[in-house]
Write a new protein. Sequence first.
Length: 58
Amino acid sequence: MDLTQHDIETHLSNLKPHVVFYDFTHWLPSISKRLGIKALHYCTASSVMIGWLHSNTS
């Protein structure tokens, strides 16, 4: 279980940023919306991973 949610909410409330980037924290958009902060999902994938996903080998 992720125990950082309360700490992150406190920091965002104190810092009052305009935008927050997140990757896998599913609860961050609801917190940022409640605080009036835009949340942008940022996910990266390496070319090796994409090549592996699109390979024809089984």
